[in-house]
Design a protein around this ligand. Structure first.
Ligand code: SAM
Length: 433
């Protein structure tokens, strides 16, 4: 497909998303099924156009003065990809599969794409209803934080030290040009190509042998800050597919015991295969069984309990630009209720003198500091570890992380703008001995 035909296809997919209010992934899949002549390169390029448009939807609409799928794609080409009006006009020739030629108004708007007078939620490309919450956290920086969240994310890998040293893993993946992480000693970062397409890492021998896992550097840091130590008894209460469970096992050098639990048994499913591939031997998966209390024997016994809480995922908008516009106030309220419940439950498992690590991939204080404050109000035997001290678990890079992140009494917030990671909040609490 020629570039202009890909643009027409992206407009078509965005029209489908708008008309049927469906997730972008589904609309792209359907488009592929209906256009089997399109090769994998075409599909990836069209997906890149669609996701980039969702990343910059508000600012593209502002520049074009319209929210039609065509306006959004043309606006995105200007604000995100930096194309000038002449380059966009050349793509819109009206020939065969190309979009129709630019109108005089489109020409004029694309010739001077100006966002300077736009409100912060437009400049930062996030939903207006979240502005008060983001301004509460970031004050005058909300638009800039939003802008960083609207950029593309790199592909981060975590070296599994049970199987490989970071230098050896980097050498094995040299053809992908990985760079070491900025803060995590376990991170390798791969910058994506111009269209945002990630290399198929899961087909790499290093991945198949369990030497590397795909994991954002912020998620890696969150697990390190919880400071799991070899020999400890650890409960990962919201283990999901086990991203942090596997990292804990490596940080504990396979010594001690990790209990991995999740309220949703389906989410735990991939963990069994991942544990085997990673050479992890100290994980016991505790699956929910109806009304049975499968964690009762762990009460008051854990050195460390991790709550990697269900949240709105506002910190992962770089990876899920679609989710950014789909999140609703009702979902936020529901997550807040779940977090309060799971955090209170988690406290029961911590032994006197043990730690509770609370992690979200959200930027909102409602899901972060406020939850910690609510727990502290109920449990006077828990006290926050100062984020600057918790960050020292990173070793030499600890002070740099604490300086780059946004810190509060309750914890530390990483963001794409500040730390170059996904948005992650980490709070580590100690129970009195
Ligand atoms: C952010 S995800 C976990 C991601 C995972 N820890 C990782 O690193 O790959 C949050 C998980 O919490 C689970 N969850 C929600 N409510 C829960 C509860 N009350 N108890 C345990 N798990 C819960 C969800 O099913 C979901 O898998």
């Amino acid at each position: 497909m020629i570039p202009s035909a890909r643009i027409s296809a992206a407009i078509e997919v965005l029209a489908d998303i708008a008309a049927r209010r469906r997730p972008a992934g589904e609309a792209l899949k359907d488009w592929g099924l209906g256009h089997r002549f399109a090769g994998s390169g075409d599909r990836a390029a069209i997906a890149g156009l669609v996701y980039d448009t969702l990343r910059r939807r508000a600012s593209a609409a502002h520049v074009m003065g319209s929210e039609t799928p065509r306006a959004l794609v043309l606006g995105m080409l200007a604000v995100m990809r930096g194309l000038d009006a002449a380059a966009i006009a050349a793509l819109c020739s009206g020939e065969r599969f190309a979009p129709s030629p630019l109108s005089p108004e489109e020409q004029a708007r694309l010739a001077a794409p100006d966002l300077s007078g736009a409100p912060p939620f437009v400049q930062g490309d996030y939903p207006q209803w979240l502005h008060a919450s983001l301004r509460h956290v970031f004050a005058a920086d909300a638009a800039e934080e939003g802008r960083a969240l609207a950029a593309r994310a790199p592909l981060d890998l975590r070296v599994n030290t049970l199987k490989a040293e970071p230098d050896a893993a980097r050498a094995a993946l040299a053809h992908l040009h990985p760079e070491p992480g900025r803060f995590s000693p376990l991170a390798l970062r791969i910058v994506l190509d111009a269209e945002g397409k990630a290399p198929p890492v899961s087909a790499e021998p290093a991945f198949l042998k369990g030497e590397v896992e795909v994991q954002d550097e912020g998620s890696q840091i969150a697990a390190i800050l919880a400071r799991p130590a070899p020999g400890e008894q650890v409960l990962d209460l919201c283990a999901g597919a086990g991203g942090k469970t596997l990292e804990f096992a490596a940080l504990m050098d396979n010594k001690g015991q990790i209990y991995a639990y999740d309220a949703d048994i389906r989410r735990l499913k991939p963990l069994h295969e991942r544990v085997a591939r990673a050479g992890v031997r100290n994980v016991q998966v505790r699956s929910p069984r109806g009304a049975e209390d499968v964690l009762g024997d762990l009460e008051g016994r854990m050195d460390l309990v991790l709550v990697d809480a269900p949240c709105t995922g506002t910190g992962t908008w770089r990876r899920n630009p679609d989710a950014k516009w789909r999140v609703r106030p009702g979902a936020l309220a529901q997550r807040i209720a779940e977090q309060a419940k799971v955090l209170e439950q988690a406290a029961h498992y911590v032994r006197p003198g043990g730690r509770l690590a609370y992690v979200t991939c959200s930027l909102l204080d409602e899901e972060n500091g406020a939850q910690v404050r609510a727990l502290l109000a109920k449990r006077s035997d828990f006290h926050p570890i100062a984020p600057t001290d918790a960050a020292l678990a990173l070793g030499a890079q600890g002070a740099a992380l604490a300086a780059a992140a946004l810190t509060s009494r309750e914890g530390l917030l990483m963001t794409p703008r500040r730390t170059g990671t996904d948005g992650f909040f980490v709070s580590v609490l100690r129970r009195e001995g």
